[in-house]
Structure formats: C-alpha cells, structure tokens
Design a protein around this ligand. Structure first.
Ligand SMILES: [Fe+2]
Ligand SMILES: [Fe+2]
Length: 231
C-alpha cells in the first residue's frame, strides 16, 4: 500500500476507534448515577466525538491526494463502528464489564491510543496543521488516562498497582493480536481475491452453454412445471 493510502487507512480506522469510544462513553454516561460520573463520562464522550471529527477532517484533506476510486473506499459510515468491531454486537462495555474492569479498560486503552497516535505523526511530517491537531488529541488521551487512574485509585486503592499492570499488558497483547489479525487478513484477502475471481469465471463457463430460451415463462402454465425445475 502506498504511503498516502496507508495514511488514509490509518486515519479511517482511527476515526472509527474514536467514534466507538464516544459511543461507549455516552452509554456509560447514561448508566451513571453520581453527578460527577455523569459529567465525567459526558465530557469524555464529547472529547471522543471531537477527536472523530478531527481525524475525519485530516482524512478529508488526505483524500485530495488520492484518486476518486481509492478515496471512495474511505467514506465514513457510522454503522462501520459495529461492523468493524469497534463496538461489540454483544453490547456496550459498561453493560458487559464490571465497573472496575471498565475503568481499568479506559485507563489502559487511553494510554495505548496516545501511543498509537504518536505513530500516525510520521505520515504528516510536512503538514504542521495536522501534526498540531494530532498532538492536541494525544494530550486529551493522556488526560483521560489520568482521570481513569484517579478514579481507580480512589475506589480500588488496595489492588491497584498489581492489577493495573496486568490490565495494561493484557490490553497491549490484545491490541497486538488485533493488528496481527488485521495484517494477515489483508494478506489473505490479496491472495484469495484473484483465486475467487478465477473460480467464479470457471463456474460461469458451463452457464454459457445453456439455452436461455428454455427459461422463458411466456405462455407456460407454471403449475405444470416440476418442483425440481430451475424455472
Ligand atoms: Fe480519543
Ligand atoms: Fe480518549
């Protein structure tokens, strides 16, 4: 994949990840009871929506460097967050995880996000505006990480150092696993697509020998036709 398209691909996936986080935070906001938590989750959701918008605006700019056919692949459709697995079909994290695990998940994933965004910067070395935008998003992620840490220390003070470390490495491994799967999926797709087209072509060959006139329904009593018939 060329550098310009790779950049578009990374921005596209990141926008979905941010949008998925916004939905997760909004779901958590709806479930929270304490006013401080409602406000905290609401502000976090708002930040993630803003991040999505910012990544999409950089993607839009990047789209200008791509051909129309390639750029069309990167059209943002909201349902993609579900289809791509950024939001689980089983439900929102706040519904499927215990509160402690949910906060630990935010704690580690905000840190991973900040780390991932630092890698996106390499695509925009000559674009100061985009670099500044990504830096500001990275700052927000560190703030989110800090908020989750504070919450964890306040409500689960006895187990935190040991458990947070396990959570952190577990999520790092999950993240690496997801990337590995995605990379291999792309390679397999490239490998199997020509085979798939070739097999489809072979299957279509006998169909050319069929006399299509036999398939005409005009002036035929359909009740007389055998149930095994193709008609
Ligand atoms: Fe974010
Ligand atoms: Fe965040």
């Amino acid at each position: 994949m060329k550098k310009k398209e790779s950049a578009a691909n990374v921005l596209y996936e990141t926008a979905f990840a941010e949008y998925g986080s916004a939905l997760e935070m909004l779901a958590a906001c709806k479930q929270a009871i304490k006013v401080r938590e409602v406000l905290g989750f609401f502000e976090h959701a708002r930040d993630e929506y803003i991040h999505t918008k910012k990544f999409l605006s950089i993607l839009k700019k990047q789209g200008g460097n791509l051909s129309n056919i390639v750029a069309r692949k990167y059209k943002f459709v909201h349902i993609g967050a579900l289809k791509k697995g950024y939001v689980s079909e089983k439900g929102y994290l706040i519904e499927t995880k215990k509160m402690k695990d949910f906060v630990a998940y935010i704690y580690t994933n905000e840190l991973i996000a900040e780390d991932e965004f630092s890698k996106i910067l390499k695509y925009f070395e000559d674009d100061k505006e985009s670099t500044d935008t990504i830096h500001s998003i990275m700052k927000d992620e560190l703030r989110h990480h800090g908020m989750a840490r504070k919450y964890f220390l306040k409500y689960y003070p006895f187990i935190q150092p040991y458990q947070l470390m396990i959570y952190k490495y577990r999520e790092y491994l999950h993240n690496k696993g997801r990337k590995f799967y995605f990379k291999n999926f792309q390679i397999l797709e490239k490998l199997f697509t020509p085979i798939y087209f070739f097999v489809s072509y072979l299957v279509s060959l006998p169909l050319r020998l069929l006399n299509q006139k036999e398939f005409s329904r005009i002036n035929k009593n359909l009740m007389d036709i055998s149930s095994k018939s193709l008609l």
